[in-house]
Design a protein around this ligand. Structure first.
Ligand code: AMP
Ligand code: MG
Length: 485
């Protein structure tokens, strides 16, 4: 039985960037979920995973004198800068290098207070842990870059929010937890050496190809980050996903989705859709996400200016030029993904534009719409799509336009299969997830576990998952989601 070898290369960075944390002992931890598939990917020993030491690690006890750490970061929250946020309810217990050579952070959420907790308790509810688990598993199956969930342990403690909730600790793995807010923090220390160390760390971890770039790795680094963010947000949007809290402290430079607080997949299409109860002005609405990514990247650029050029004016011009590439990168990815969803080989600008218009006009269920479209591709009557909305006429017009655009002489059954491979039937629908989380809170994990299996196999219809592809009735549609903090 081999315990995983855990490194903590982050502690080789300047000390201001993190603080040691000694998570409190959990007296009665119970393992609720373990992601064996991910553990295999990380090269973890299956016998060790069953051990008490593994359970203790999932509670933050590293088993030696080495503390875990909480990372320091700043962040623009809904546009307002908080100079010091940091991991207030998270701890980095170590980094593990997978058999394929990729280094992952093992990060706990809910393991107790840290020096950055401010007035918070550092804890997590079971609900929040399960929500992150099911969303990250869904993302993994859908190919959306994200952190992964390795384990959920219940603590046996109650966590007070508006009411008492069972407490839990989530262990997640991500390629790198450095965020836009981490650079903002380093920039605020006015210590260019610290900023450079951080940038070198990110290059080494995430963009090793820039290691030998000599001259100007930091501009290339910024360009690469821009590319990854453009791809990430395009992928979110093509999936109908609304992150909900795109504060600069929640945007990882690795281009992985982190922070699954108020997030949701949209059901009834509305481009301005917002779920988060605290997003009063729709700052993070579905159709604002690309603009917000650019806004966040501008904050990153500001923080990185001293690394780009000695002269600020030159540095600003360099950053602006790099950022100007975002719209093209975003549109290329978004259009490509939408075209695939429609069964088209090449994006047809006109058809994609009219698609978004007709979706908005008819407010159909975004996910189900594409599944039904595959049925039409296979020869079923257009009615399977038309029943999704009261507004039939615009749908008929658009369907005819789409049928014209489909590749000629294609085997229709193959086309439908191809569409069903990119259009999920099962996503963690928020209205159903709510029910599963309530059951879990009452000790019944069965609805959650069924949903988890469904979203892990999102493209194949199965009797076991009956009802899980179902949109809410218009009255049942979830109006608001909460940060669960
Ligand atoms: P979030 O909105 O989840 O990204 O959190 C914003 C900031 O609040 C981060 O610094 C978190 O670590 C911190 N935070 C959120 N919830 C808690 C909590 N329960 N205890 C301590 N800090 C928290
Ligand atoms: Mg956060």
């Amino acid at each position: 039985m081999n315990a995983p070898l855990l490194d903590l290369s982050y502690t080789r960075l300047p000390q201001n960037l993190y603080s040691a944390v000694y998570p409190q002992q959990v007296t009665n931890p119970k393992r609720l979920l373990l992601n064996r598939q991910l553990a295999g990917l990380l090269g973890m020993d299956h016998t060790w995973l069953e051990s008490e030491a593994a359970l203790q690690l999932f509670c933050g006890q590293t088993g030696d004198d080495r503390p875990a750490i909480a990372m320091a970061y700043s962040g623009h929250q809904f546009g307002h800068l908080s100079p010091l946020l940091g991991d207030g309810r998270a701890a980095l217990v170590g980094e593990i290098v997978s058999p394929s050579g990729v280094r992952y952070d093992l990060h706990l959420k809910g393991s107790g207070p840290t020096p950055y907790s401010r007035r918070g308790d550092g804890l997590s509810t079971l609900r929040a842990a399960l929500k992150e688990y099911v969303f990250s598993e869904s993302f993994a199956a859908l190919g959306i870059p994200c952190s992964r969930s390795l384990a959920v342990v219940t603590t046996g403690m109650q966590v007070m929010r508006e009411q008492a909730h069972p407490g839990a600790i989530l262990t997640r793995a991500a390629r790198c937890h450095v965020r836009v807010g981490t650079f903002q923090f380093a920039a605020l220390q006015q210590d260019t050496g610290m900023l450079r160390s951080l940038a070198d760390f990110v290059i080494h971890r995430e963009f090793p190809e820039l290691d030998d770039d000599g001259e100007a790795p930091y501009l290339r680094l910024f360009e690469k980050i821009v590319e990854r963010q453009a791809v990430l947000v395009a992928t979110w949007m093509a999936s109908g996903f609304i992150h909900g809290v795109m504060n600069t402290d929640n945007m990882a430079l690795s281009g992985e989705t982190i922070d699954f607080g108020p997030c949701a997949f949209m059901d009834y299409f509305n481009p301005g859709r917002v779920f988060s109860s605290i997003d009063e002005y729709g700052r993070y609405a579905w159709n604002r996400q690309a603009d917000i990514a650019v806004w966040n990247l501008s904050r990153l650029a500001e923080a990185m200016l001293p690394l780009l050029a000695a002269d600020t004016k030159t540095a600003v011009a360099m950053a602006e030029k790099a950022l100007e590439k975002f719209p093209d990168l975003f549109n290329a990815k978004f259009n490509k993904l939408l075209a695939e969803k429609l069964g088209l080989v090449n994006p047809d600008r006109g058809l994609l534009k009219s698609l978004l218009a007709v979706l908005a006009q008819t407010s159909v269920d975004y996910t189900l719409f594409f599944r039904r479209l595959a049925q039409v591709a296979e020869g079923e009557n257009q009615d399977v799509v038309l029943t999704l909305s009261e507004e039939k006429e615009p749908l008929v017009r658009w369907l005819n336009e789409w049928e014209q655009a489909l590749p000629r002489h294609t085997d229709r059954q193959q086309l439908a299969e191809q569409m069903n491979r990119v259009n999920p039937l099962y996503i963690p629908r928020i209205w159903l997830l709510e029910q599963a989380l309530s059951a879990a809170n009452n000790g019944n994990m069965q609805p959650f576990e069924t949903m988890l299996r469904a979203v892990q196999n999102p493209f194949f219809e199965a009797d076991e998952f009956k009802g899980l592809g179902q949109p809410p009735s218009r009255g049942q549609s979830t109006l608001a989601t909460f940060c669960e903090t």
